[in-house]
Design a binder for this molecule. Structure first.
Ligand code: ATP
Length: 234
């Protein structure tokens, strides 16, 4: 499904991601683990072409999408659910959702909204409320639903559990589990080990912009590479 080959992203003198190669198979949930500043967010932003890449080739199934801009990547089936949710707190829930289908016609937007409301009936009931009034977990669900509005084949998720209570993490985990069960492929940046254990089959460990380990989650978790990566001592 997604292959990233030799991705390098630099911000001036700082090389945030260096020669990164990874693969996410169709229908799988692949984790990206690592300490603060390891380059996880930059990896997702680099794949989604939201930051300039120095090098790198991206393929989606057999399609070379390297030259695609973000809008074209969304059309090709890749959605990003960004760090800190990035909702517009003063806009209504429905308007936030509609941003995920930006550029689509009225009929398509309506059809996709109905699908989202079918999946999350409580969102329908609160669709005219400002998104900023929702709890953190509910806002994360809106952010995921906004990503679903582009009807993606692959979702790039950046720390969906960030800042949430344990109960909210479980709720968001269930939402992601259901989406994965329908066959949507996911690349999940996450610091919450339990969420990674529950959702991911395989994972990559990043330290200082490079992949330091890769394998089945059950084998990776508990290894020194992972604890070093989390503690930032790698
Ligand atoms: P966190 O868990 O804290 O979000 P991360 O693993 O996602 O960390 P990145 O946000 O990708 O890490 O950052 C990787 C490196 O790139 C860090 O050294 C960071 O300071 C640097 N960096 C990220 N974005 C920029 C930017 N826009 N300009 C300059 N440096 C940046």
């Amino acid at each position: 499904m997604l292959t990233v080959h030799d991705l390098t992203v630099a911000f001036g003198p700082t090389t945030a991601v260096r020669d990164l190669t990874l693969h996410a198979g169709t229908g799988t949930v692949t984790g990206i683990l690592g300490a603060n500043g390891a380059g996880k967010t930059t990896t997702l932003l680099g794949i989604h072409h939201r930051v300039p890449r120095r090098t790198g080739r991206i393929t989606l199934d057999d399609q070379d999408v390297t030259a695609y801009d973000t809008t074209a990547l969304v059309r090709a089936g890749i959605a990003l659910c960004p760090e800190n949710r990035r909702l517009f707190p003063n806009l209504t829930i429905e308007d936030n959702l509609l941003l995920g289908a930006y550029g689509q016609g009225r009929v398509t937007c309506r059809r996709r909204l109905e699908r989202i409301y079918g999946r999350f009936p409580w969102l329908h009931g609160r669709r005219d409320e400002a998104a900023g009034r929702l709890s953190g977990g509910q806002q994360q669900t809106v952010a995921i639903a906004r990503a679903l509005m582009s009807e993606p084949r692959l979702i790039l998720l950046d720390e969906p559990s960030s800042g949430l209570s344990p109960v909210a993490v479980d709720e968001v985990g269930q939402v992601l589990h259901d989406i994965a069960a329908e066959g949507t492929t996911m690349l999940l940046v996450e610091q919450n080990v339990r969420l990674v254990e529950t959702l991911c089959t395989t994972a990559y460990v990043l330290a200082h912009g490079r992949i330091t380990a890769h394998g089945p989650v059950a084998e990776l978790l508990g290894t020194d590479t992972v604890s070093d990566a989390y503690l930032g001592t790698a």
